[in-house]
Design a protein around this ligand. Structure first.
Ligand SMILES: Cc1ncc(C[n+]2csc(CCOP(=O)(O)OP(=O)(O)O)c2C)c(N)n1
Ligand code: SF4
Length: 540
């Protein structure tokens, strides 16, 4: 046993290595990125760790890895699970061979996300076990346990993190595994369980339903959920929110408390708490997931249930100790002074960013088109919505720019432009482009090739430079309407001219803006840090 100072994300990554995974699969996305990055830095030769093109691909790679007999971790941000939802839902029917742990980091408060959806609903939707650690130590312990559970139940297990846990550090007691055969693989499963034609799928769904009482019993009996009965005022809390409750109560007040870390909900303990208390406040980060199940449609006669649905806590944003204290009718004063008067600093494109020069050229080329629409996508270039550019008219989900542009063109809009980064293009831009090519859609697509996944911290991109151009040609973009510009101030007039011609063409044009992110070169020049492989315990 030794101690390491780890982010919540890193604790998950280290636990996965200690659980003897064969592979880690992911697509970058804040606040989950550091899980994979930690594994990438620390893994030994028996572990495969490569970024995937998107979350669906990552999930399917993990599924294939499990099928072939090695444990797999697949990590993503919450909206990534929307992209991976198809294999995720269906893997609850196929089941797993070697263990699969799906780690999803939610972002209540939307620090860096399009929404604040709560991944516990996905766990319930797929009818699989969910674990929700409240601190870094539990992030480590529960990830180790999740692999055991996954193999015990033959199901993927979902771990739900939230930003504050993913991105804060604490000392974690870790236990490297005893010597094992690192490359050992389980034998192959029955292919009939994995081939979801209707006869097999019906049988496997029945099996999943038959598993539910076992999962409920496991959750009911799990020592991870702690119930302490005291006064007649009850609190149910889960995951990270438990810390706020502890901080606010500071060991005082005559409350009964149930801390939940496992789903399906531990009904027996909830029943005990409810029958002991007159009123219950539910304190959970995210949607009122527990509260809704507790109240059902009509509530519990004779009991007051408080939380986000009843208005004691706000329905959106992150919890804070202040909010929790108010909901519990307590006074709270922060142990450290809070600096209130920090000047707000809106995000902005870096000085010298290639995207800035592309937007300047687009703005000048569309100056005579007041009706021009520019659909954008998710990446640094989304910041083109802000002054001084104010060029971007939408950003919905990854890959949506090209399809939305195609839809607008079909409504008769002109000119219709869209901007998509190189990573987002590989993630989910290629499929809509095939449709746009086939229809010769009257749109101008800008692929912003800065040779990196910049917004999430500079991960490798799947295709850039000549490879990206080959890809575009392979998807059917004709050479006559495929333009390459270098977005630099000195090329401004020339670039405006190219874009103007592309817009005038009544059909599909693609403009590739090729210039490296200014941070990429510096990063490439920096010496790689020495990696410390994680494997079998050395006893040191
Ligand atoms: C489904 C989903 N997965 C991941 C993310 C996180 N994310 C935001 S932008 C981005 C990629 C940005 O790369 P690129 O399109 O090349 O643009 P750049 O930031 O390099 O300009 C990622 C992975 C997300 N928002 N949604
Ligand atoms: S990180 Fe790179 S791509 Fe992002 S704004 Fe800065 S220079 Fe532009």
């Amino acid at each position: 046993m030794k101690t390491e100072l780890l982010l919540g994300d890193e604790a998950v990554g280290l636990a996965a290595l200690h659980a003897n995974i064969g592979g880690a699969f992911s697509y970058p996305g804040t606040p989950a990125t550091e899980i994979f990055e930690f594994i990438e830095k620390r893994h030994g030769p028996s572990v495969s760790a490569r970024w995937s093109a998107n979350e669906k691909v990552a999930y399917e790679e993990a599924l294939g890895h499990s099928y072939a007999g090695r444990r797999a971790i697949v990590s993503m941000k919450h909206v990534g699970l929307n992209v991976a939802a198809d294999p995720f839902m269906n893997s609850a029917l196929t089941g797993v061979n070697a263990g699969i742990v799906v780690v999803v980091a939610d972002d209540p408060g939307m620090h860096s996300s399009q929404n604040e959806q709560d991944s516990r609903y996905y766990g319930e939707f797929a009818q699989i076990p969910v674990l929700e650690p409240s601190n870094q130590q539990e992030a480590y312990d529960l990830t180790r346990e999740a692999f055991e559970l996954s193999e015990k139940f033959g199901l993927p297990v979902l771990i739900r993190l939230v930003t504050r846990l993913s991105h804060s550090r604490a000392n974690v007691r870790v236990e490297p595994p005893a010597a094992t055969d690192d490359n050992e693989r389980l034998s192959l499963p029955d292919p009939n369980d994995w081939t979801l034609v209707p006869t097999n799928a019906r049988r496997r769904y029945r099996h999943l339903l038959d598993m539910q009482p076992t999962l409920r019993e496991w959750s009911d009996k799990s020592p991870l959920n702690e119930l302490s009965l005291g006064g007649r005022r009850g609190i149910i809390t889960s995951g990270l929110a438990h810390n706020y409750v502890r901080e606010v109560l500071a060991g005082q007040g005559d409350f009964s408390l149930l801390k939940i870390l496992t789903y399906p909900l531990p009904r027996e303990r909830i029943r005990n708490l409810v029958s002991h208390c007159d009123e219950i406040t539910v304190i959970e980060e995210g949607y009122p997931f527990i509260e809704k199940q507790l109240t059902g449609l009509l509530g519990i006669p004779g009991k007051a249930i408080r939380g986000k649905l009843s208005g004691e806590l706000p329905p959106d944003g992150e919890l804070t100790p202040d909010l929790v204290a108010t909901a519990l009718g307590k006074q709270y004063s922060a142990p450290l002074a809070v600096v209130e008067d920090l000047t707000g600093r809106p995000p902005a494109l870096c000085r010298g960013c290639p995207h800035a020069d592309t937007f300047k050229a687009i703005i000048d080329a569309t100056a005579n088109y007041p009706e021009a629409i520019l659909f954008s996508d998710i990446g640094c270039y989304t910041l083109g919505v802000l002054p001084p550019y104010k060029a971007v008219h939408s950003c919905v989900d990854m890959g949506s720019s090209i399809s939305m542009a195609h839809g607008a063109a079909q409504a008769g809009a002109h000119p219709v432009l869209c901007t998509i980064g190189d990573s987002t293009f590989s993630h989910s831009g290629m499929t809509p482009l095939i449709g746009a090519v086939r229809a010769d859609a009257n749109i101008t697509v800008f692929v912003l090739d800065n040779a990196i996944v910049a917004m999430t911290g500079g991960q490798e991109t799947m295709a850039c430079g000549d490879q990206l151009l080959d890809l575009l040609k392979g998807l059917g973009v004709t050479e006559a309407h495929l333009h390459v510009i270098e977005p630099l101030p000195k090329n401004h007039e020339q670039n405006v001219d190219v874009i103007s011609r592309a817009i005038k063409h009544r059909g599909l044009s693609v403009v590739v803006a090729q210039r490296e992110c200014i941070h990429n070169r510096r990063k490439a020049q920096a010496a790689p840090k020495a990696a410390q492989p994680v494997g079998v315990a050395t006893g040191k």
